[in-house]
Design a protein around this ligand. Sequence first.
Ligand code: PLP
Length: 321
Amino acid sequence: MAINWKAALHGSAKDRVALAIIRAAESQGRLVPGHNDVIFEGTSGSTGISFAVLCNALGYVAHICLPDDTSPEKLGLLRALGAELEPVKPASIVDPNQYTNAARRGAEKINGDEGDSRRAIFADQFENDFNWRIHYETTGVEILDQMGGDKVDVFINGSGTGGTIAGVGKRLKERDASTKIILADPQGSGLANRVNFGVMYDSVEKEGTRRRHQVDTLVEGIGLNRLTWNFKQAEPYIDEAIRVTDEQALKMAKFICVNDGLFWGSSAAINCVAAVKTAFKYGPGQKIVIIACDSGARHLSKFWKEATALPNDLTLDDVLK
Ligand SMILES: Cc1ncc(COP(=O)(O)O)c(C=O)c1O
C-alpha cells in the first residue's frame, strides 16, 4: 500500500517520524511489509499510536512499551488500534525495565529466536537519526511555507526525543540565522538547565524530593533527564530554554480553551506559556511559531481532569504568575 506522511496524519507530529523509521528499516531489509514483522517502541504514547496506525496499514505488528501511568485515553487508543501493549513502571534509563530498554529487549528476543520467522526492529525514536531528519525535510519546510515568506522571529517547542526542535531548528536557522529557537521545558526535566547553564540537573533530583521515577510532571511527551542523540542534534540551534510549571500549563490550557476555543494537550499548553512569556519579553510585532503537538482529547482523564476543575475566568496574569 502506498502511504506518505500526509495521508498518515492522525493528529500527532509523530506520524511522520514513525513512517520515516519504517521506510528506512524496509530499505535496509530489516522489515518486510505484510509479513507480521514486529515493530517495538518505547514511548509515552504518541509515537506508539502512530506506529499502531501504520502497522495496521502496512501489515506489521506494533509492540508498545510505555509507562503504566500513561493517560487512559492513549492506552485505550492503542488497544483499539490492536497494538500489543507492555506497560512498565516509570523508571530511569539505567533500569533494565525502563520502557526503552524493554522495547529493545523484545526486538532482540524475536531476532535471536531461530524458531521465529518474523523480523523485529526496535524503532528507538530517541536515538534514531531519521527522527530529526524527517522534521528537517517536512515540518520545518511546512512552517516556512505557512509563513508565506515572512521571517520566523521565534520558534518554540518542547523536547521529548528532541527530533522536532532539532529538525525544525536547523531548517529555520539555515533560512535565517537570526530566528530564535527556544526550548519550552516542563518541571522535573533537566533539559532547560542543560541549555541555559550547561548542566543536566533539576531540583527534584535532590534526595527525597522525587515523586515519580521519570520526569516529575503531569505533562506527557516532553521533558527528559538524559541526553539523547536527537536532542544533541538540536543543541547547536537552541538559543535559550524556558521552564514552565504544571500549574502554568494547566491554567494556560484552560485559558486558551475558554477564550480562544483551542482544546490542546499538555505539551502544546507548555509551548503556549513559553510563547506568551516570549511575546512579553520581546514586545509587539514578533512572529512566534509553536506546535500544537496534540489535542486535549488524548489527556482527558489526567491533565484535563485537573484543568477542567479550574475556574473559567482565569486571566493571563493568573496563568503566568
Ligand atoms: C504530545 C507530544 N508533544 C511533544 C512531543 C515532543 O516531540 P519530540 O519527540 O520531537 O521532541 C512528543 C513526543 O513524544 C509528544 O508525544
